[in-house]
Every structure is written in C-alpha cells, then in structure tokens.
Design a protein around this ligand. Structure first.
Ligand code: NAG
Ligand code: NAG
Ligand code: NAG
Ligand code: NAG
Ligand code: NAG
Ligand code: NAG
Ligand code: NAG
Length: 667
C-alpha cells in the first residue's frame, strides 16, 4: 500500500478510535490534585487524586547551617562503595502489563512501540549510557509460550491464582514478546532481565532462556530462577516444609536442563535467590550451597524488598491496615522505618558475600510498598526524595542495580503509567515522582561506570538533612544533598558549607572557583505533579510524551577559595546535586557539548543527535514500510523552538512513524 494511503488509513483509524464509546472503562482521574478527598475516588488507582498533608516540622529542628569537610582524592576516604554505574535504577515490569507498557494495539494485530516509552527511557540512556529492564514478577512463574493467543494479542491473561495475595493472572504469550524486546534494544541501549518459569520443576519450560538468548544476545543480562521462593510455601505453590535447600536443588535442575538443551548456549547467566526475606534470609540460601554450587552459572545475586505493604487495603486478608497519612513520615527521613537505609541494612552481609564472590548484588524488585503502594505517598514528591536517598544508599551499600517495580493502571507507585488501553490515541502518559528519582540518581552517578559513593552523615547525622559524596575516577565529582522537610516560609531551607581539603586534612585547599548545582524541587512533599529537575518537568496527569519540558536551569555558585568554602542552599523540601567540575557535569549530562556561562545559566537540553538514517533503518525494516503517526495528539509536531538541533528524543517523536509496525499491511 502506498505511504500516503497508509497514513490516511492511520488517521481515519484514529478518528474511529476517537468515536468509540469505551464500555467497561473505569472513570479516569481528574487532573486536579489539590483535594485530599481520595476516599470517594473510584477510578484507576494510578490517577487517584488523594493528596496527603506534608508531615509537620521535626522537633528539635535540625541546624540550618552546617559544614561538610571533604577530601578531593578517593584515596583519602574510607568506606567508599565499589564502583557503580549511572544505570543503577531500572524498571521491573510485571509481564502481564508489558503489552500496555511497550505496545498499544490499535486493533488486534497492528501494534507499535510506545513512543513516550522510548522517549522516557532515552532520557536515562543519554545520562547513564544504558537502561536495565526486568520483565517478570509473580506472573513469570506460570507464563507459557504459545503459538497464538485467541485474540491475537502478544499476551493474554488466563485466570487468577487464588493463592496469591496479589491476584496474579496466569499468562500466555507469543513470540511477539521476544521480537518486541529485541526491537526496543535495536533502537536504544536497553538491557534485559527475564525470568524462567519455576512453578513446576518436573515440567520445566525453558523457552524464555532459549529465545531470550537467541533474540537478545548480549542485551540479555540474566535469567531469574525463582521469584521470591521464600513465599512459595505460603502461597501454596510448594509444600509447607519447602526450604532453602529445596530451592537450591531446583535451581540445579534448571541449570542441568539448560545445559542439556542444545538451543541454550549460555548457562552462566542465572540470577537468584530473589528472596523477599519474609521467611528466608539470603544467607540461608547461601548456606544451602547456592553460591558454592553455582559459582560458574550465577550472573548476579538478587534480593527483592519493599519497605512495607498495602496488601490489606487492596486485597483484604490477614494483613494489617496502614494509614498513608500517619505513615508518610516513615518514608521521609534518612533512616526512617521505610527508608532505603533501613531496608538495605539487612542485606549488607549478603552484599559483602556477593562482592567476595565477585557477583553483582541486585535489588531485583522494589518500590515504596508492595501491593501497589500507598495513595498520596507513593505518588508524591516525598517518594521522589525517598527514591533519591534509596538509590544513593543502594550504591553506598555496594548494590549494582535496583529495579523499580511498575504495575498497571491499578497501582499508585508507577514511575510512569501509559494511558489506559483504548484511550491511548488521545491521552498521553502520566509520569510519577519516582521517574525523577531515576533521573537524579543517573546524573549523580554519571556515565563512567566508575562512581564510588559515601554516605556523609551530614549535619551530625541528622536524618532530615542527609548527604552523599560521589567520587568518580578517584576524584570528588559530585555531592548530593537532601532536605526532607516542608516549610514554605524558607526558614528550614538549609545551607551546607562544603570545604575540600585544607583545614586538618593535610592537603591543600581544593574548592573550585565555582560549582554548578541542579535542584529537584516541588512546593511540598505531598505534591503529585508540580515537580521540576533543573527547571524541567514531565508535567501532570496524561501530559507527558516522555520528554522533559521547559528549559534546563543550572545554578552556578561561586565558592570562596580563600576560605575554602562553597555554600550550597537546599530548599525545604528538595535535593541539590552539586557538580565540582564541568567534567563532572558533562559526564552526567545527556550531551557532551554542554557549555557553561559564569552566572546562572539557562540552557536547552537534548543536544544529542542521532543519524536519522540509522533510526529509519533500525528495527529490521526500512522506514518506507511505515506510516507516519504518533501515539498521541500533538506529539508528531515539531520539537520546541528552543531545540535547534533535533534531539534524539525529538527525533523519536518526529519519526514516530519509523516505529509504527503496521503488520496488517507490511506482512
Ligand atoms: C504451572 O503452570 C502451568 C501453566 O500456567 C499450569 O498449567 C500448571 O498446572 C502449573 N503447575 C503446577 C504444578 O502448578
Ligand atoms: C522487530 O520485530 C519484527 C516483527 O514484529 C521482526 O520482523 C524484526 O526482525 C524485529 N527486529 C529486531 C531488530 O529484532
Ligand atoms: C562496600 O564495599 C567496600 C569495598 O569492599 C567496603 O569497604 C565498604 O565497607 C562496603 N560498604 C558497605 C556499606 O558495606
Ligand atoms: C559501562 O559498563 C557497561 C556494561 O559493562 C559497558 O557496556 C559500557 O561500555 C561501560 N561504559 C563505559 C563508559 O566504560
Ligand atoms: C509549582 O511549584 C513552585 C515551587 O516549587 C511554585 O512556585 C509554583 O507556584 C507551583 N505551581 C503550581 C501551578 O502549583
Ligand atoms: C527557554 O529559553 C528560550 C531561549 O532562551 C526562551 O525563548 C524561552 O522563553 C524559554 N522558555 C521558558 C519556558 O522559559
Ligand atoms: C488482523 O485481525 C483481524 C481481526 O481479527 C483479522 O481478520 C485479520 O486477518 C488479521 N490480519 C492479520 C494480518 O493477521
């Protein structure tokens, strides 16, 4: 079919979509979020407008002026982490929602990769060099590859598992899934973790290993064997006495079956034990021989953890109810009950064992609370602060990667939520606060793979004002400061006065003439959408095409080299990321062509370019086979005027047609 008629067909199909009345559709959330009345809300939880109150100020108040003494060389610092990469945070996507997340069927069999998704991921790839995504979760255990689903879709849900508190459906999927993941990786540097079903070791299904390796090659980082095996007995998937040694035995069965299968060349990519620590510690699995027996097969050691759960509110049962307002504060201090620090403490021993065994330590599935998170807190700016602190704490604790779990429309904690299926033609994506955490952490750690992190216990260890230093290639590169308090008056903004070398350190004064600072800001910790990173935002509900909007604002702070001090103000609430050299900034920035003025600079982002030809011919198809279209109204338009050079992300929108896979016509 000629290009033009394809295009017209696409437009008319959109018009048709628009005219359809969507039945069985829960009401969508309102865009206003100022009301605290979420109780009466009956729409999708991902758009629940319930807003909490910011917790009151602490008593006693922390000092708002304090010094931070640093060394410029990593050699002079004890307690630094191992080298970590800016790809620390990735996504964990429940298999059952990947068709929503990546794909949107414009009919039953004409699908395309979601452009906002590509834009979103490209933000991180530009900063960190790559992005990690795990596809799996509870649904991986019973997922089965089939030739075709009844309705022609890539993934179909079969039934609900009555023994699982998260109401996990049994899934069937088609080869489309492997094509899809390979297609995404052919467009940008996305690496994958997949999971081998382990619901029945006597009837192993290794298709995920076979086709995962075949289709993804080096882009497949590892295969998870067993998702939270310490919950198998509780969920009645194994006998009551199922223990760590049984799990270790089953992992051995999987490895043997892989080795015996001529279609699975790589058997050294196993990830486990992925315990939730509800009943087993990682050490119990290590003691049962997990590492010693499978040293040559393990790609990494994994755990899964949430600081708390909201299962009772969602599914009832034996759990205990949690009041999101009362418990908000538990997320909002450096070592609060639900803080990353508190969560990781129990894994420090396992992390040390992983390091001794020369295996990466992974937080394979995590978020603010299991069973979807809490209304008002998991989708608040407070969770963005929590995520930044958690990410840096993971790095400091020698974890290499952590995957933030994304659910469908019915959860509160998504870093990003695609519009509900059937509405994608006229709604854009909704970006959650955790997406900003991923951005900030990727910039704090940068693109060299060589950042080492230390928790500074700033302000005499006050839990409301934590800070970290990041050494890159053995030099002080960045400092990240958090203010968990909310105080619009400004009285609890704090000023950290940073000194480098000098004083008692026995090294010369070493503050630079000036430092650059980027801020993560919102009016209160309860805010849902008015969040900016260096002046840019993803906007409100249904407002994002995955690109940051607005001009990037980088502050320049002049230091006092005579006094050897740089005074950094951190608003209440907020995060400041301080760059000690332009190189430290460039290694974090999406572009290496950044130039900086001597005063506060405003600069357009997205100066990276990509060869349009490369994009047009990627995907295994030539561009001419596809119609020009877009996932949403307006996003095929020109890039903002400030983008003189088309950016990678703008090109994804402009060339959205490249990604449109009209199989109905091209096959
Ligand atoms: C494992 O999952 C498959 C596919 O969902 C199902 O048919 C089978 O009965 C399950 N096996 C066990 C032992 O539960
Ligand atoms: C992308 O998917 C299509 C089928 O949907 C397939 O023909 C093509 O080979 C895939 N491209 C890559 C790079 O995997
Ligand atoms: C991380 O690993 C380094 C290097 O082995 C070690 O010195 C440091 O104590 C570890 N950090 C934590 C928090 O355990
Ligand atoms: C960082 O590590 C990844 C994975 O090992 C590698 O592909 C990439 O090239 C590294 N980046 C740099 C700048 O060395
Ligand atoms: C957004 O937050 C900023 C402060 O972070 C505030 O100045 C501005 O008025 C807020 N905008 C809206 C629309 O609430
Ligand atoms: C962004 O910067 C450009 C050029 O400096 C300016 O014209 C534009 O008004 C700015 N936009 C915003 C939203 O501040
Ligand atoms: C697409 O789906 C429709 C409706 O199920 C079907 O009639 C048609 O044959 C399908 N086309 C292809 C190419 O599979």
């Amino acid at each position: 079919m000629a290009f033009q008629s394809l295009f017209l067909y696409f437009l008319s199909s959109l018009a048709a979509v628009r005219a359809i009345t969507v039945y069985n559709q829960q009401p969508l959330g309102q865009t206003q979020t100022s009301s605290a009345d979420g109780a009466a809300y009956t729409g999708y939880q991902a758009y629940n407008p319930a807003t909490l109150n910011a917790p009151g100020l602490p008593d006693p108040l922390p000092a708002t002026q304090f010094g931070i003494q640093l060394q410029s060389s990593a050699a002079a610092v004890t307690g630094l982490s191992i080298p970590v990469s800016g790809a620390l945070f990735g996504f964990s996507i429940e298999t059952s929602v990947i068709n929503q997340f990546f794909y949107f069927a414009v009919g039953v069999n004409s699908s395309f990769i979601q452009v906002p998704f590509l834009n979103l991921v490209s933000n991180i790839v530009q900063r960190a060099g790559r992005f990690h995504i795990r596809v799996g979760g509870n649904t991986q255990e019973t997922a089965r590859l089939v030739d075709q689903t009844a309705d022609g879709r890539m993934i179909e849900k079969q039934s609900i598992d009555p023994n699982n508190p998260t109401a996990t459906p049994v899934l069937i999927y088609t080869m489309e899934m492997f094509y899809l993941l390979a297609n995404i990786s052919s467009l940008m540097n996305v690496k994958w973790y997949l999971g081998i079903p382990l619901n029945d070791t006597s009837d192993l299904h290794l298709e995920v290993a076979q086709y995962g390796e075949q289709f993804l090659g080096d882009n497949l980082l590892g295969l998870q064997v067993g998702n939270e095996p310490d919950l198998y007995a509780r969920h009645q998937h194994r006998p009551e006495n199922y223990g760590p040694a049984d799990y270790v035995g089953e992992v051995g069965d999987v490895i043997k079956a892989m080795q015996a299968n001529g279609n699975i060349p790589n058997t050294n990519n196993i990830i486990g034990p992925s315990v939730s620590t509800a009943t087993w510690t990682p050490e119990m699995v290590f003691d049962a021989g997990f590492i010693t027996q499978y040293q040559n097969n393990l790609a990494a050691i994994s755990v899964e953890n949430y600081p708390t759960d909201n299962c009772f509110a969602i599914y009832g049962g034996n759990g205990s109810p949690h009041n999101p307002q009362d418990e908000f504060i538990n997320f909002l201090t450096h070592d609060g009950l639900y803080s990353g620090k508190h969560m990781i403490e129990k894994f420090l021993g396992a992390s040390a064992v992983a390091q001794q065994s020369q295996k990466q330590m992974l937080m394979f599935e995590t978020n603010t609370a299991s069973c979807g998170g809490f209304p008002g807190s998991s989708n608040s700016f407070g969770s963005a602060l929590w995520g930044v602190d958690y990410g840096l704490q993971l790095a400091y604790s020698n974890f290499s990667h952590a995957l933030l779990h994304c659910g469908g429309q019915d959860v509160f904690y998504n870093p990003a939520t695609p519009p509900p299926t059937g509405l994608s033609a006229f709604h854009e994506w909704t970006i959650g606060p955790l997406m900003y955490s991923i951005l900030v952490v990727s910039e704090a750690l940068g693109s060299t793979n060589n950042s080492r992190v230390i928790d500074l216990f700033t302000n005499d260890g006050n839990v409301f004002t934590p800070g970290y230093a990041i050494y890159e290639n053995d030099q002080l590169a960045r400092v990240l400061l958090i203010n968990y308090m909310t105080d619009a008056s400004g009285a609890n903004d704090y000023t950290a006065t940073i000194s480098v070398g000098g004083g008692d350190t026995g090294t010369p004064n070493a503050v630079p003439a000036q430092v650059k600072v980027k801020y993560l800001s919102a009016p209160t910790v309860a805010e849902h959408f008015n969040i900016t990173w260096a002046g840019q935002t993803f906007g409100g509900q249904f407002e994002s095409d995955g690109r940051l909007k607005g001009n990037e604002t980088i502050e320049t702070i002049n230091c006092d080299q005579g006094q050897n001090t740089c005074a950094i103000k951190v608003p209440a609430p907020g995060v400041a990321l301080v760059f000690f050299s332009d190189q430290a900034l460039q290694e974090s920035e999406p572009s290496s062509t950044a130039t900086f003025a001597t005063t506060a600079v405003t600069r357009t982002l997205n100066t990276a370019t990509i060869d349009a030809q490369v994009l047009a011919t990627s995907n295994g198809h030539s561009g001419k086979d596809r119609a020009l279209g877009s996932t949403s109204k307006g996003s095929t338009g020109a890039a903002p005027a400030s983008h003189v050079i088309p950016s990678l992300t703008a090109l994804f929108s402009l060339l959205a047609g490249v990604l449109v896979l009209f199989r109905a016509f091209t096959r």
